[in-house]
Every structure is written in structure tokens, then in C-alpha cells.
Design a binder for this molecule. Sequence first.
Ligand SMILES: Nc1ncnc2c1ncn2[C@@H]1O[C@H](COP(=O)(O)OP(=O)(O)OP(=O)(O)O)[C@@H](O)[C@H]1O
Ligand SMILES: [Mg+2]
Length: 262
Amino acid sequence: MLISFLSAKGSPGVTTAVLALAARWPRTAIAVDLDPQGGDILAGVGGGRQPVRHGIVELLVEARNTSMAAAMGRQVVRPTPHSPPVLAGFGAPGQAATVPWDLLGSHLVDVPGADVLADCGRFTLDHAVSAVLRRSDLVVLVTGSSLRSVRAAARTLPLIGREVGEANRGPGRLTLVIVGPDLPYTAEEIAGGCQIEVAGTLPHDSVAADVWLDGARPGRGFERSRLQRAAGVLAGELADRAAVCRGAGTPPGVGLNGRVLR
Ligand SMILES: Nc1ncnc2c1ncn2[C@@H]1O[C@H](COP(=O)(O)OP(=O)(O)OP(=O)(O)O)[C@@H](O)[C@H]1O
Ligand SMILES: [Mg+2]
């Protein structure tokens, strides 16, 4: 299965969420960095100790001469013992323009023995990664809970919904995850304001976030941290939703909460 994560505006914590969730996913999960602005997963987890010799560009080059499954096997790395397997992203923003996104999406949605959690960066109207969103079993918009964040999410959701709806798959394929709820808006208020179901929340937890984003070594309490415990609950919920959506088939144009998108 392929679950894509993206933001509307600002930096709400997409990369952190993808890594925290992949580490707690109920099946094997690969965190794939597709952010067109340039990947930062390997600079974060492990603090850059893992040299960036592997990634999306290398995967596509290698796949020309071998199968995609074999290329994935060589390009996916585990930078530290506490990290999920990761496929690193682009060294520079311009590289994203050269990627056959639909072909890549068609492979990522069916990686043998693993689910893919893709960090797609910030959504824009001409978003390079839209072809991957259309292939995804589940698309997750990550937002904060401030008025600015929620307004940006509310404005962006119908645009993403249009991309996702075209794929002729199930309702609820687009969902929302809130990082740091109640600051000040609650999950219920945000669901109402954005007219979408909220799949769950992740707490503000700077100590645990630093492990994923800034190469901090995980302390003894890391696995029981608020972030990792919440990620475990949310991972189960998202995996269930993705499985339901993968099995579903509904008319095109149906996205938010099963509403018809206009
Ligand atoms: N759950 C969290 N608790 C506390 N801080 C967090 C959390 N998630 C992210 N952060 C912090 O917020 C900042 C942005 O996080 P992150 O890079 O994950 O966001 P992003 O949405 O991927 O941003 P970008 O658009 O730059 O890729 C980082 O400094 C990170 O430590
Ligand atoms: Mg990011």
C-alpha cells in the first residue's frame, strides 16, 4: 500500500510524522522522501552519519537495468537501529523535474512485502507529486492547529481532493492528521472547519521530534515518548483506513467524507 503525506503551508511536521509512523507501522513500512524541494530525511535521522549514496534518482537509474524490486532492495537503507527503512530523496530541488512520477507511483503502490509512507512535501497547484497522490491508497494532509494552519488546510483540501478523486477509488481516501492539537483549535473544531474526518493527532514533543529531525540520539524513554506512543495508535488507524480504501471502488469526484467534490 502507498500512503502519501503532505502539508498545505508552513512546516507542520510532515517529515517527523512520516518517520515516527513508519517506525510504529503494524507491517514493514518504508519511509520514502519524495519532497520536490529536496529531501532531508537522511540529514535528520542519524544526523547525516549515513552518506547519501542512495535515493530516488539512483533507484530510477538502477531500475533501468534491473527490476524495480531489486533496485529498491539496494536503495533502501536503515540509517540507525531506531529508524525505519528509508529511501532518501532529492539532493537538489531541480531533480524532481526529471522524475517519471506516475511510473514511480505505480511501483511504490505495490512494493513486495512492505507498505510505503511517502513524504510529498508541501502541496502546490502544479505539484510534481500529484501523479503519486492519484496512485495512493490514502492521502494524508498534515496540519497544525493554529488559525493560520487550519485556514491553509481548509483552502487546500478541495484542491488535493480534486487530484485524489480522479483516481476513482474509495471515500475517505483523503484525511487529516493534526500535529499539536488544541493550540488553540481542537480536532473536532478543525474537522468541522475543514469538513473532513480527522484520522488522528500527534502531540508536540520536541525531544522525540529531535531524534527524527536533528539526529539526536534516542534516550531510554524514546520508545515510550508521547510522540512514539501516539504514532503507534495513529499508524494502526491509517493502515486500517488505507486497507479499506484499497479494497473500495467509488465514483470519481468523491473525496472528503464521501462528499461530491465540485
Ligand atoms: N510532533 C512534533 N513535536 C515537536 N516539534 C515538532 C514535531 N513535529 C515537527 N516538529 C518540529 O517542527 C519543525 C518542522 O518539522 P518537519 O521538518 O517534520 O516539518 P515538515 O512539514 O516536513 O517541514 P518542511 O516543509 O520544511 O519539509 C522541526 O523543527 C521539528 O523538530
Ligand atoms: Mg519535510
